[in-house]
Design a protein. Structure first.
Lengths: 320, 331, 295
């Protein structure tokens, strides 16, 4: 098992370097470096001249104007390995890692709460649809959920705002943290998640229920609860984990629209801002960080799956 | 004579397929005495498997049992409420499947799978159930039962898995064991071992219904045979009589095409023609297209079972009037 | 290298592919919802094509006197925005922009996916491993982040946007194509083709691709709404298509800012968006069920 983990970690590290390299090269090609933008922004009143000059100084101190791009890259990566991405351009008194440490938990908790609620609802819903296959219950619930699949989360968010803020006036349209503030953002993400996850449970259950060992369990006198839950659902949940894990990771790294609409200070929002202000360290740092999160989540899920399913070992020739 | 353990009368099971209906079991009747072993023999598609699954109401969703009765110990399995039937499954009637690899849950230990039904039916507590499982495993020749209990199906060899499945059926000490092609997936040596286990159980008083396409397997320990074709019984009778002088041309054909070690045949004769298309059965005798004795009357008039002896009947008017199909295929 | 003669096996396979297609079409037609969605989408496409003829106003026709008037106001079926531009007209032109971007993005994505998938699947070995390594890496790149970076770097024109979207979404389909190639590569008709001297490209194009049409079509029908969603999302972040080109996303963005006061500015763009997405999903599901029914 340890060899397997080691191999995967090596692949991860290589991937991270490639991702960071691609990002770096792309950003180098961006028109206007930070200093120019900062000057423009200070002209437009977004940053005080003092602030922008400070940032430019930091930039020059850290990288020097005449350090070539490859050296810049290596210097940056050397710091990155030690969890030091340097100060952000836009917020020079904060280091990038501080921003990430502050902002990522926000995005992560948003995603976690949504997926958590979604899983709790999806499993019973999916089982229900599978057991009542081709009946009104099945068609009805799956039909209603189509909206959750088809419509992107930010659109759901906007509909919710239309309904609950504009028409009913019950909920605020921005702010974080706070229970009332969190309802709509979480709901926007949860609806889509339920649609996708319950569909998955349904088809996974349908496939499992077709297996001969389910008939065998019934032939032994198994009742609904034993057959559906102890045999079918149990076996369907194992592959379900391989879906939820990456889904959660994707959601954690994809909350940018919801954060933007509801003005939630998560990493996605900072990233979007960083893009328009060419905040290189923040862009690089967050891209690397989020890629690491995605990869780690995939690895974690893979390991859990191998532990849970007794049939799968840790042989890397593994298909599965 | 004691009352039969199982009495099946006019069982009909249908499957809807698109526009047409498939009569997988089309009026099957037979009875089984306690301690008796009956073989239901036929090609794949003959309905033999569906017929026994219908007894326990374990047919797939798109199937319907449309008529008939199956009295087990006096109560009709097809008419009783589901909770009552559930109490009989895995308890008084046990089912052994063809392929133990797919019939066992790959993520549960043997212990769980061999004892769960004992607990469901409240036949014993957890530790007694475990002991029963160990005894059953020993009786089918599985070594190191305590160790095996903690293992998963994939860790066992094919033969051991099949034995484990039989052990699972035996743990509840059923009155009737239904074995659906229990040896088809195994090689010849293993076949023999599995059949020996079943033979022993029969000797101890358990009734058995054996489903197979291989008459050689059937004759191993079965007292009586029912030959099925296209969903119907075409011949019924004691095993020895049937083998010595088969009645129905299909039975003769089956015998001819069965490899029996040491029987001294010079060559196998496959039955000419193709298995019937169950969606488009011709009127009259379903075997007529492939039957060397077939006449116009055969193709038009549906055949029902006609007694030709004290305990034998055949669904062929020609045979009932004395025609026989000799081993070489000539009449 | 052109292969002139056709073997009986090949003819069989072509016929089989054609009858598979016919069966799939029949199954699709039975799905009323999918057919209705297809018709709706075709109407949308027509509306987009004939936008200048349908829209009562131009996209830049402002009317300060009639700023932010609501639904059903005289002359403005769906109301106007902050500087008096007709929402209905802008919506139709946004539809056009969205479809252009979506089709462009999907073309790029499909092309990349087919080329990479075919090459990896057919050539196998090192090439396959290398290409799969690339796809693995791209897979872990959080996709919206890649699009944001690309648009930031290369600007906000329609072309750069759809190129960015295309680049970030081809990976999944490439894997699909590769799987199909692997599956079909070992079939006899491919062997027969090779025996007759057909080269890799010919085999790919003539034998393998036609069989992969189903999954590709499904991928396309889900890819288009995905691209529209991506573009609209970009607009929400301020990175969408540059004005004055109207975009769905920017209309939604403006509408959001005025939601408490003039909800019609948000309602109509989001409403049409939602219905369009539903139509694509129903159609996509219909296609998927048509090619891969699971009774």
């Amino acid at each position: 098992m340890l060899i397997y983990i080691a191999k995967r970690l090596v692949r991860m590290i290589v991937s991270i370097f490639v991702v960071s390299l691609i990002t770096f090269i792309l950003l180098q090609m961006a028109p206007g470096n930070f200093a120019d933008i900062a000057r423009i922004q200070s002209g437009a009143g977004e940053l005080s001249p003092a602030q922008s000059q400070e940032a430019i100084n930091q930039f020059q101190m850290r990288y020097g104007e005449d350090i070539s791009p490859p050296e810049q890259y290596l210097k940056f990566m050397w710091g990155a390995i030690r969890w030091d991405f340097g100060p952000s351009y836009k917020y020079p008194n904060l280091t990038v890692q501080e921003i990430i440490a502050r902002a990522f938990p926000v995005s992560a908790s948003l995603a976690l709460i949504s997926v958590g609620i979604a899983v709790l609802i999806s499993i019973p819903l999916g089982v229900f649809a599978a057991v009542r296959q081709n009946t009104i219950g099945d068609y009805g619930s799956m039909f209603v959920l189509t909206a959750g699949r088809a419509i992107p989360n930010y659109l759901i968010a906007l509909f919710l705002i239309l309904l609950f803020s504009r028409t009913l006036g019950w909920l605020p349209t921005s702010g974080w943290p706070g229970f009332k503030q969190a309802i709509m953002p979480v709901a926007s993400l949860t609806v889509g998640s339920i649609a996708i996850l319950s569909r998955y449970i349904r088809s996974s259950m349908l496939e499992t229920l077709r297996q001969e060992y389910i008939t065998a369990a019934r032939a032994k006198g198994g009742g609904f609860s034993a057959v559906v839950f102890k045999h079918a659902l149990r076996n369907s949940l194992i592959p379900f984990i391989t879906i939820v894990g990456p889904y959660l990771a994707t959601l954690m790294t994809g909350t940018v629209f919801i954060e933007s609409i509801f003005r939630i200070p998560g990493l996605g929002l900072y990233f979007a801002q960083a893009a328009s202000s060419r905040d290189m360290p923040l862009l690089m740092g967050s891209t690397i960080f989020l890629a690491v999160i995605l990869m780690s989540m995939n690895l974690l899920v893979d390991l859990i799956y191998r532990v849970l399913d007794p049939r799968i070992g840790f042989d890397t020739t593994g298909q599965r | 004579m004691a009352a039969p353990l199982l009495e099946v009368e006019n069982l009909r099971t249908e499957f809807a397929r698109g526009e047409s209906t498939i009569h997988a079991v089309d009026g099957l009747s037979y009875s089984l005495e306690p301690g008796e072993a009956v073989a239901i023999v036929g090609e794949s598609g003959s309905g033999k498997s569906v017929s026994v699954r219908s007894l326990l109401r374990l047919i797939p969703r798109h199937g319907r049992i449309t008529s008939g009765s199956a009295r087990f110990d006096g109560k009709d399995l097809l008419a009783m409420k589901e909770p009552e039937l559930r109490h009989i499954r895995g308890n008084q009637i046990a089912f052994v499947f063809q392929d133990a690899m797919t019939a066992m849950n790959p993520t549960l230990t043997l212990e769980k799978q061999l004892t769960e039904h004992i607990i469901w039916h409240e036949l014993a507590g957890k530790s007694e159930a475990r002991q029963r499982a160990i005894d059953a495993m020993t009786s089918v020749g599985l070594d190191q039962p305590e160790v095996r209990l903690k293992q998963y199906p994939f860790q066992l060899s094919g033969g051991m898995r099949q034995r484990a499945m039989i052990a699972s059926a035996l743990v509840s000490r059923p009155k009737l064991l239904i074995a659906d092609e229990p040896t088809t997936a195994l090689d010849v040596t293993l076949q023999r071992q599995i059949l020996d286990i079943l033979k022993e159980r029969k000797r101890d008083g358990m009734s058995i219904i054996l489903i197979t396409h291989d008459l050689g397997v059937a004759r191993y320990f079965c007292d009586r045979v029912i030959v099925m074709y296209a969903g119907r019984a075409v011949e019924r009778g004691p095993m020895r009589d049937l083998l010595e002088s088969p009645g129905h041309p299909y039975t003769t054909g089956l015998l001819e095409s069965t490899l029996e070690i040491g029987a001294g045949k010079d060559r196998l004769q496959p039955i000419p023609g193709n298995p019937p298309n169950m969606a488009t059965l011709p009127p009259g005798c379903p075997f007529a297209p492939r039957c060397p004795l077939a006449e116009e009357r055969c193709r038009v008039e549906p055949q029902s079972l006609i007694p030709i002896g004290p305990d034998r009947d055949v669904a062929c008017w020609k045979v009932s009037e004395g025609a026989t199909l000799h081993a070489s295929g000539r009449s | 290298m052109a292969v002139a003669a056709t073997s009986p096996g090949e003819i069989q396979e072509v016929e089989k592919a054609q009858s598979q297609m016919a069966r799939a079409v029949r199954r699709f037609r039975r799905n009323k919802l999918a057919v209705a969605s297809l018709i709706f989408i075709m109407l949308l496409v027509l509306a987009a094509i004939f936008a200048p003829l349908i829209a009562p106003y131009g996209i830049e026709d402002t009317d300060y006197a009639a700023a932010r008037v609501g639904t059903g106001s005289p002359g403005h079926l769906l109301g106007t925005d902050t500087i008096g531009r007709d929402i209905f007209s802008r919506l139709i032109f946004s539809l056009r922009t969205a479809l252009i971007i979506a089709i462009g993005a999907e073309t790029i994505a499909m092309a990349l996916a087919i080329v990479v998938g075919l090459t990896a699947g057919y050539l196998g070995g090192r090439t396959d491993q290398f290409l799969m390594a690339i796809t693995d890496i791209l897979f872990v790149f959080p996709s919206y982040l890649l699009i944001i970076i690309l648009v930031t770097v290369f600007g906000r024109s329609e072309v750069t946007i759809f190129v960015a979207i295309g680049i970030s979404s081809w990976v999944g389909t490439a894997r699909l194509v590769r799987a199909e190639v692997l599956r079909l590569r070992v079939r006899e008709f491919v062997e027969a083709g090779r025996a007759m001297g057909a080269g890799g490209v010919t085999i790919s194009m003539r034998y393998i691709l036609p069989n992969a049409v189903g999954p590709l079509l499904v991928s396309l029908s889900f890819g288009i709404p995905g691209a529209i969603i991506a573009e609209a999302g970009l607009a929400l972040l301020g990175l969408g298509v540059q004005p004055p080109t109207p975009s769905w996303g920017s209309m939604i963005q403006e509408g959001t800012q005025w939601v408490l006061v003039s909800p019609h500015m948000l309602l109509w763009p989001t409403g049409l968006f939602a219905i369009t997405m539903l139509a694509f999903t129903w159609m996509g599901d219909g296609l998927r069920d048509a090619f891969d029914p699971q009774e």
